[in-house]
Write a protein that binds this ligand. Structure first.
Ligand code: AMP
Length: 171
C-alpha cells in the first residue's frame, strides 16, 4: 500500500518475482477493462477517467472473478486493494503481511507527473491523493492494529527499499 507515486507497483513486481508468486493489481485490471467495449468496461472508464474509485461492489466482483484463475491458488502479491474499510471487511482473502510505502504527497506528485498515464494530470492526482488520505489511510490503521503492517520509507532508491522489504519478510 502507499499513496500515488509511492512505487508500490514497482515493489510489488519485484516482490512477486522474488517469491515466485503472481502480482495482482486492481489498477491494472481496471485499465484492462477500461479498454474493453463492454458494459463493465464503460462503467470502469466512468470512474477511472475522473480519478474516482470504482464502486466497492464492482471492484469486488472484478477481483473475485480474477481470483478464480488457478495461478492465484498458492498466494499472490496484491497491489491496489483494499482501498477503504468496506473493502477490508469484504476482502476475499487472508492477509499475511502488508507493506506500506511512506512517501510525501509532494514527492508522489512529482514522480507521477513524470509517467504518462491517462489519469496522471495534476488535478486528477490531487483528487486521488485526497481519496487516499480520507479513505485508504484508515485501512493502514486497521492493519497496524492487527500487527501485520510493515512501514517502509519509500523515499529511497528502488533497490534499497526492496532490500528493506525482503529483510522484513520471512521466506
Ligand atoms: P491504481 O493503479 O492502483 O492507482 O488504480 C487506478 C484506478 O483504478 C483508481 O483510481 C480506481 O479508479 C481504480 N481502482 C484500482 N483499485 C481499486 C480499488 N481497490 N477500489 C476501487 N477502485 C480501484
Amino acid at each position: 500500500m502507499g499513496p500515488q507515486g509511492s512505487g508500490k507497483s514497482t515493489q510489488a513486481d519485484l516482490l512477486a518475482k522474488e517469491l515466485g508468486l503472481p502480482r495482482l493489481s486492481t489498477g491494472d485490471l481496471c485499465r484492462r477493462l477500461r479498454e474493453e467495449d463492454s458494459e463493465l468496461g464503460r462503467l470502469v472508464m466512468g470512474y477511472y477517467d475522473r480519478g474516482a474509485l470504482v464502486s466497492d461492489k464492482d471492484i469486488l466482483l472484478i477481483l473475485k472473478s480474477e481470483l478464480r484463475r488457478p495461478q492465484y491458488q498458492n498466494g499472490f502479491v496484491l497491489d491496489g486493494f483494499p482501498r477503504n474499510l468496506w473493502q477490508v471487511g469484504n476482502a476475499p482473502f487472508e492477509v499475511d503481511k502488508v507493506f506500506y510505502l511512506d512517501v510525501s504527497d509532494e514527492e508522489g506528485i512529482r514522480r507521477n507527473l513524470k509517467r504518462r498515464r491517462l489519469d496522471d494530470t495534476e488535478e486528477l492526482l490531487k483528487q486521488r491523493l485526497g481519496i487516499y488520505h480520507q479513505e485508504t489511510e484508515p485501512v493502514l490503521d486497521f492493519y497496524r492494529e492487527q500487527g501485520v503492517l510493515c512501514e517502509v520509507d519509500g523515499e529511497r532508491p528502488v533497490e534499497v527499499i526492496f532490500e528493506d522489504i525482503l529483510s522484513k519478510i520471512k521466506i
